[in-house]
Ligand binder design. Sequence first.
Ligand code: ZN
Length: 277
Amino acid sequence: MANLVEIARKTNEWTVKNVDGMELIFSPRLSELDFVTHAFTTRLGGETKAPFDSFNLGGSVGDDETKRDAINNRMRLCNALSVDFSNLFVPGQVHSRNVEIVREREHMPDLKGVDGLLTEKNATPLLLHFADCVPVMVVETRKKLIGIFHAGWRGTAASIVSHGVERMVKEMGGDPRNMVGAVGPAIGPCCYPTSDDVARALSETVSTGPDGLIGRNGNQPAPDLKAFNALQLLECGVEQVDVSNFCTACNPGMFYSHRQSGGTTGRQGAMIALRGV
Ligand SMILES: [Zn+2]
């Protein structure tokens, strides 16, 4: 059997494309699926003022003008990708492992305290926000199911991605062998010195050699959060996983980074929808 840790650590180059003035990033494997629309946004392409410049999508940062901009920016993103803004689902993220299956908007439960969304409904775009935390998308290609997850260290330590895949299997009829995963731009081990407790909590989420996913940064452990999420997917039986080579903290001109900015910054987004072809 191939070494899953080695596969999880392997990043690949993703497509960066200017779409209607927005600088967007696309997973190579998800781009091959004609029934899915997806994008990982950057901070480039909007008009929002510093320190939230310029394409902030997060609705809970900044003043009223910034918040209005965020709604406009979400609308522009939906229009550029030809998905229905009026059907957009945006949860209130809290670094939990809570995942909701969403279908009809009017029958929606409160999406506060939710960090993962799943759906099998066409034309139902799902949008989550990030500033260093790991964006993860999963597509089941036979049943045509999609999932998206917000995995900072807490969500990763709580195995939100494994939990989401399990629900796609048990409640939606998915099969991990038909799933494709994409682990997007996030803080890398290069910029993420943390505590022994965090490193230990992350290690407990996987069974194959977590040591290979934790480097050293000075005297501190430096976990590779993207690789942990990729390994969780691989251990669930998802065989095809793209991992972005972008570190958000290394590229402050391109991405919002909570850690690099000292905490006051905007949010990039990750959006996915079933196109229904
Ligand atoms: Zn870095």
